[in-house]
Design a protein around this ligand. Structure first.
Ligand SMILES: [Zn+2]
Length: 184
């Protein structure tokens, strides 16, 4: 019987990006069903409360991108392991999630990422950064995509090869030069 409980493998201290005090990070190895071994990193600053989490495959696969053509409502249920260095691009919806220095890694589904994009779009719209028609149109498109009414291409650009998508529709492709360099 294999042990399914996360096992602590490492603990280290870095500088908190917010308050510059000591920031302890713990790493756990976990054998995740359908995915395999993953490493979960988790840290919280005891001084300012800043939190950081990451998740990555234990086995590094090398630079690659993973593409899922979403064509029916079930496709959005595909599990996504997105490490903090991976980008997400959905050309049909104008979505580009590019990792920054404080980027987090997470495990979610394609639908979970669409909901996150919807939240951020609503926030930007309330801030008045885009004309209301554009906002309403974009939100409608994302809702339709979520319900499988609009086909779209979900692309995970993974320069370190530590992310994955659990779907029988997932195709693994090499990175193009500009994607390796992290340019748009
Ligand atoms: Zn702090």
């Amino acid at each position: 019987m294999s042990e399914r409980k996360p096992r602590k493998i490492l603990e280290y201290t870095v500088e908190c990006p917010i308050c510059r005090r000591n920031f302890k990070i713990e790493e756990f190895l976990y054998d995740m069903p359908l995915v395999g071994e993953i490493i979960i990193s988790s840290g919280k600053c005891v001084n300012c409360g800043y939190r950081w989490n990451d998740v990555r495959l234990a086995e590094i696969k090398g630079p690659r991108k993973i593409v899922v053509e979403v064509r029916d409502p079930n496709d959005v249920n595909a599990l996504v392991v997105r490490s903090s260095t991976a980008s997400i691009v959905i050309p049909e919806l104008g979505v580009e999630i590019i990792p920054g220095p404080a980027s987090l890694g997470y495990i979610t589904t394609i639908e979970g990422i669409l909901l996150d994009v919807l939240d951020k779009t609503s926030f930007l719209c309330e801030e008045g950064d885009a004309p209301p028609e554009t906002c309403a149109e974009k939100k409608k498109m994302i809702e339709k995509a979520r319900n499988g009414e609009v086909p779209f291409t979900f692309i995970l650009i993974d320069p370190e090869g530590t992310s994955t998508i659990v779907s029988d529709k997932a195709r693994i492709l090499p990175l193009e030069k500009k994607e390796k360099e992290g340019e748009k």
